[in-house]
Write a protein that binds this ligand. Structure first.
Ligand SMILES: Nc1nc2c(ncn2[C@@H]2O[C@H](COP(=O)(O)OP(=O)(O)OP(=O)(O)O)[C@@H](O)[C@H]2O)c(=O)[nH]1
Ligand SMILES: [Mg+2]
Length: 329
């Protein structure tokens, strides 16, 4: 095989290696996506033919509740069933996360030699829009690699996660006992997007109080899960570090997947995902274009010679004028 340097690799060769199941190629493709390397778009063009086939499970929730531990336990179950999996861990680059990514890696290291498990953390580099588009691209990459089930972990701290959950077919929100006040705060936002709520660390003493405060809004596993045709949001409890309750979460994911296929909700979500995926690319690209165009107007604004609204108006009129001029020519 011809030796290739990082810079010598072309989109075509990388895409070909990816399709052949080369994990190093997948890691490189995701780095290109994160770095906004122009070759990343070329790779995506080559690998995104056909409909999405994988099932994406988003796992979100406050820092430290055990999201990575839960994912590692679910990966164990998946592998026992012969399912090919990927885990994409979004590094929020926040003070909370500290060495968490390293910890995640260690926990999932048990699978390091397993060619059917691909684990990768994604750095947000501070940009929500950039992060969203990196997730979409990474999902395409790991699917090309052969992943049938893709876990996406993110810290449930606001808008970024709602965005991330848009690329998930099944959304799991993880909590832990003792988050009483937080539950009130979280309920309004992140809980709305959840298909299943998992109270992890059920070995801790505050468990019953936390469960009781959630039960008013959520159904226990035994009485729910779409019996009447619809999907009743599930409330589950786990001790992920010991694997307890994890099979029930696994079965909830399977039932939700069945429900999506049966009810038409899956098609609705896929369409919503397609819209969001295109919008993420549009946002990333138009931001890059605007950054290169904004300089002169910024100088005028900084010097007090214009206002921001008029500056934006003039910039927005530019491509339209160019197009109109081309049409006239
Ligand atoms: N007591 C107890 N500890 C747990 C359980 N699950 C995970 N932990 C521990 O909780 C800590 C945090 O777990 P992580 O899986 O890293 O949590 P996380 O939500 O991924 O954390 P961030 O990614 O930093 O937001 C680790 O020390 C785990 O070992 C559990 O069920 N019970
Ligand atoms: Mg984690």
């Amino acid at each position: 095989m011809k030796a290739r340097s990082v810079n010598g690799e072309t989109a075509a060769s990388l895409a070909a290696r990816l399709k052949g199941g080369d994990r190093a190629a997948a890691a490189r493709a995701i780095s290109w996506i994160e770095d906004h390397d122009p070759r990343a778009d070329e790779v995506l063009k080559r690998i995104c033919a056909g409909a999405v086939r994988s099932h994406v499970v988003g796992v979100t929730g406050p820092p430290g509740v055990g999201k990575s531990t839960l994912i590692a336990a679910l990966v164990d179950v998946a592998r026992r069933q012969g399912v090919r999996v990927a885990a994409l861990l979004v590094d929020p680059s926040s003070p909370f996360s500290g060495g968490a990514v390293l910890g995640d890696r260690l926990r999932l290291e048990a699978h390091a030699g397993d060619p059917a498990v691909f684990v990768r953390s994604l750095a947000s580099r501070g940009a929500v829009g950039g992060l969203a588009s990196a997730i979409w691209g990474a999902r395409r990459v790991v699917e090309t690699l052969g992943a049938e089930l893709i876990f996406v972990e993110s810290v449930g701290a606001g808008q970024a996660d709602v965005e991330i959950s848009r690329c998930a077919d099944t959304v799991i929100v993880a909590l832990m006992p003792g988050l009483g006040d937080d539950v009130q705060a979280i309920k309004a936002g992140i809980l709305e997007i959840a298909d299943a709520l998992v109270v992890n660390k059920a070995d801790l003493p505050d468990k019953d109080r936390t469960l009781a405060s959630l039960r008013a809004f959520w159904a226990d596993d035994a009485e729910a899960g779409g019996a009447g045709g619809g999907w009743k949001k599930l409330l589950l409890q786990t001790v992920a570090s010991r694997g307890e309750g994890v099979p029930a979460v696994w079965s909830a994911i399977q039932r939700h997947r069945d429900y999506l296929g049966r009810s038409g909700e899956g098609a609705t979500r896929r369409l919503r995902q397609a819209r969001a995926e295109i919008l993420a690319h549009l946002e990333a690209r138009s931001r890059r274009e605007w950054i290169s165009l904004v300089g002169k107007e910024a100088e005028r604004l900084a010097a007090g010679r214009t206002d921001p609204v008029s500056a934006a108006d003039r910039l927005l009129a530019r491509p339209a004028r160019r197009k109109a001029a081309r049409r006239r020519a």
